[in-house]
Ligand binder design. Sequence first.
Ligand code: SF4
Ligand code: SF4
Length: 519
Amino acid sequence: MLDNTQVERLEAEAVNSAKVRQPLYAARKKVFPKRASGSFRQFKWLVMAITLGIYYLTPWLRWDRGPFAPDQAVLLDVANRRFYFFFIEIWPQEFYYVAGLLVMAGVGLFLITSTVGRAWCGYTCPQTVWVDLFLVVERAIEGDRNARMKLDAGPWTARKLALRVSKHAIWLVIGAATGGAWIFYFADAPTLAGELFTGTAAPVAYITVAVLTATTYTFGGLMREQVCTYMCPWPRIQAAMLDENSLTVTYNDWRGEPRSRHAKKVLAAGQPVGDCVDCNACVAVCPMGIDIRDGQQLECITCALCIDACDGVMDKLGREHGLISYATLSDYNANMMLATAGGSGSVNPSLVRTADGLFSDKVAHFHIRKIFRPRTYVYMGLWSLIGLGLLYSLLTRDRLEVNVLHDRNPQFVTLSDGSIRNGYTVKLLNMIPEPRTIVVTLEGLEGAEMSVVGVDLPAGRSVPISVEPDRLKMLKVFVRQPAGQIHGTAQTFKFRAEDKASFESDEYTATFNAPEIAR
Ligand code: SF4
Ligand code: SF4
């Protein structure tokens, strides 16, 4: 076990903390995050593997929808205006499902933020994940923090040039793979991949890959923490979603201060001393270039790497983990009151400990029940309600639709036998990937018959129509009613469309117009 003076002190500066940050026209001070190890780092590796795996592999998953529909599990088919997601197929008029999912994602983000703070930023945001990936490459080529800082400060040599070229080349390959994976969501992935490499893909594919390569390389490799600090609105919005019971990464100065590297001397002088040995390990690992000991900051993405770094130091010192921890503001405030004797003085960490050095029973710790409070119940309720509504609507939605447009000019035609004829455009939507025979029937409109242009059948009250899989069929339909059976200048009736095989049906109420004189 080490004492305070034996813990290595890292020369780390919080170059991106608001109090030392240069004005915007000043050159950025580079951040060289040190590799962290610990349970949060392990968890972040896992999340990174899962999120990147989902992103890169999803377009290659296949889903058999029969011979008349694409077999790509997730496909945004812009040309045919369809969105395929495994067994779900969304037509343009059903876009409300996508809107519903976006609302659910928004409410979910509120829920997560109000409970575990900026977990989205710290673990799953694409910017965080890709920066992490780019840092893996940087460390593998240039080494950890000290080696990178030395290389950066050193003169340009053949070695430095070779390392930098290798690093940037791999970053560009990652950027191109990111852009490449994105376009595979919009077309059959194996086909498009072949076209891409043989130079026969559409220009828009190459342009999209180029733009996404550039943005991934710039945001993930060059700008890194600046994207979160200057470009992203989320840090500003999240403040409204946090409350005193939200978990955030917190430096517990009620046990850490006064910080000192020479605890024995300070104690011998009769002064209190906290657990922080001022080793800067937490600053050195921070990818945002800040010092969590300065308190909650907009720049902190709550990646928790400083927790791992500090827990490692506490292990060496034989002290409890959690000098930096996930904590709620209410627990933090309660512990600060304890450590400052009700706010009457500065922090005295001996006030939070018993005579044998253990934490006092009065120290507040996080309890899982703090997650369940009115605010989170509302978010959870709203989220579940929207989800259940979408699910119900999805399971009960029609896969057959009929829509009708009445001819505007002329509204009706009087035939030589005195009967009246109206023209309509009838649209039949077969929303399943199989061919269907849909029977269109007139309901109401006494004595009327219809004929369909291009269908070689005598006029009647019912016409069977073949509709291709997953297609909309437009019919020109004329409805004729004998003069003696006309009962008004605007009679309503129905076009009913029915698939006799599946018993699915839909109907549309239309109007039949006639002149006053015809009655
Ligand atoms: S202060 Fe800690 S939690 Fe916040 S960004 Fe830095 S390392 Fe991550
Ligand atoms: S908070 Fe922990 S990691 Fe940071 S300087 Fe203090 S002891 Fe070191």
